[in-house]
Design a protein around this ligand. Sequence first.
Ligand SMILES: [Ca+2]
Length: 364
Amino acid sequence: MKKAKVLVSCVAVALAATAAPVKVIFDTDMITDFDDVGALACLHALADAGECEILATISSTRGNASVGAIEVINHYYGRPDLPVGSPKGMGVMGDRAGAKEKVNPSAPLGEKRGNDGGHYKYRKLLADYPGWYRHADADDAPDANETYRRVLAAQPDKSVVICSVGFTTNMRRLLETKPDAISPLDGKTLVAKKVKLWVAMACQYPFGQEYNSRWDHESSRIAFANWPTPIVFSDAKYGKDCFAGRAVAEMKVERCPVKDVFSGNIPSREEIRKDSAKWLRRGYGMGGRSAWDETAVLVAVRGIEPYFNAERGTFRMVGNKGDNEWAPDAENGPHIRITEKVSKFEVARVIDELMTRPPKHSGK
Ligand SMILES: [Ca+2]
């Protein structure tokens, strides 16, 4: 058996050989785009079905409504007390015009402002679901490092899958943590001991700039190069034309934040019909929005084999402007990128089915 297949098989065995639910830490930039909401909805649906256990839901951005929005979704699925966190001292907003600036937390909820990078989507969620969240400003949430270290230290060895669908800030910061009262291990040693896999929605195949890996590219460079476990990438190219979410937008339910976000952001079929090329460039199709983040959740919980093929190599950051490239290495590459196996249409229908499942224990 070739080494590439051995690595893929190890990932498959790690994820699927036991009947026990996959232990997942979800790390998201729930701030500008809304496939993050779809991904978290999929994760909760899979947890409801006993396929995974959600250990924590952490924001990779700071100074915005990301943690509150995560908590609204967690509340909807009856898990309002899941651990949360956000990066301290450094971290990306997602606002292209002011990536390092802090949003004024007193800005009116639900009001679209001129240059807020799409944050209004999530401030609106907080406005529509008062009482469903604890942290209106991500900066008031616990330090992501502390949440990661506390959760990892309490888990069995080689048992945790980290699924990141945003910036890599937290993974870099975690690697750089020192021994503390939570664990005598430094961050890299703790990760090597407790984590079995990092599934990352990041990078652009075969090269280019991709949102998640670009905006804090120094963290991406450090994290990708030093992470001590295999990393599976659901890269931007894969998810771009895998469209999901229209079924969510058209659900006949009330008080559902997942539906609200999708119905408020997906263009109508008629709009797409008029200029499909324009909408395709923006990541929309008849099926909905590009399912970048949802595919990462599928990989994290169900593994590569059911829906994807795999190629072994290395994603690495190059230059100093946030570019990345893929270097194929079938023998020794520490990374895997997923490629199409089952048609993307079928994968999108799996995602839609998960996103439209009613919560098992609704927090309404
Ligand atoms: Ca995301």
